[in-house]
Ligand binder design. Structure first.
Ligand code: ATR
Length: 273
């Protein structure tokens, strides 16, 4: 029998660390599989996915910019992926077809539980209201946040996301603008793409004083974690643990076994250092 094949599809995808993460999980759990990167043309996501699955591929991770297209392509959506309108994990449905999941938010919550053990009902500020923020809001509200404020540079977009969440039955969530996002937070999560151009969200320093500050982007010290440290945060982390966490949850969906994230996270940190 041929070996089970998985892949991450994106554009660009050459930077993706998913292959090394999943191959490390496979070794750790004794699962036999291969995991590759596939760059799909911007107008060729569906053809790429279908070719991979028709040629024996068993499942896929999906990354930028195809998570919305993946949500539209699958036969069924897990409720979390439906709310996020984004799929990062495509799983074979034993009854036929494919199911779309989003493990980004649960992966973030897994990492935050590791970093802040035993904490719950936190007062949380989420910065950003784009795709990355949308993917994590419901898991944050279910897993960690007692009350959530979503602040965005364009405040109406935060208000729109809050309205969606209210419609889905989440009550403890409100929107804010960057000028006055409030304070006294336990946790501040940066889900903006400001860091891609080396920037940080333009919020008052007071906002993060005493709060644990988490950047969903990975790369050791980020512009946001550096700024948060100087602004008096209680601690900082980049998104490497979230990356490994979402991968572990994808692996579990495909293989039925949840790998231990700690040794893989340690390996990646050492490789980066
Ligand atoms: P992603 O999938 O990374 O979330 P996106 O859907 O384009 O990408 O959303 C980008 C998010 O980062 C938005 O919340 C955006 O704020 P606006 O809605 O006001 O555009 C935010 N963002 C991007 N650059 C930013 C910057 N320099 N400062 C603050 N927020 C920024």
């Amino acid at each position: 029998m041929s070996i089970d094949r998985y892949a991450v599809v994106g554009n660009p995808v050459s930077h993706s660390r998913s292959p090394e993460i999943h191959m490390a999980f496979a070794e750790q759990t004794g699962e036999s599989l291969l995991y590759e990167r596939i760059e799909a043309p911007l107008d060729g996501f569906i053809a790429t996915v279908e070719a991979f699955l028709e040629n024996g591929g068993r499942g896929l991770n999906v990354t930028v910019p195809f998570k919305g297209a993946a949500a539209a392509w699958v036969d069924r959506l897990d409720p979390g992926a439906a709310l996020a309108a984004a799929v990062n994990t495509i799983v074979e449905d034993p009854t036929g077809g494919y199911v779309g999941y989003n493990t980004d938010g649960p992966g973030l919550v897994m990492d935050l539980n590791r970093l802040l053990p035993g904490r719950s009902r936190l007062k949380v500020l989420l910065l950003g209201a784009g795709g990355a923020a949308r993917g994590v809001v419901a898991p944050l509200l279910e897993g960690l946040a007692g009350v959530l404020t979503i602040a965005n540079r364009t405040e109406e977009k935060a208000a729109g996301l809050v309205a969606t969440l209210h419609g889905a039955g989440y009550r403890e969530v409100r929107s804010a603008g960057f000028a006055d996002p409030g304070g006294g937070y336990d946790l501040v999560v940066n889900a903006t793409s400001a860091g891609l151009s080396g920037g940080v969200p333009d919020i008052p320093e007071d906002t993060v004083r005493g709060a644990f500050c988490y950047d969903m982007v990975y790369g050791g010290e980020t512009a946001f974690t550096r700024w948060a440290k100087s602004a008096g945060s209680a601690g900082t982390a980049d998104g490497l643990g979230m990356l490994v966490g979402q991968a572990a949850l994808s692996f579990q969906l495909w293989r039925g076994v949840l790998p231990d994230v700690e040794p893989v996270l340690k390996m990646l940190k050492e490789a980066t250092a």
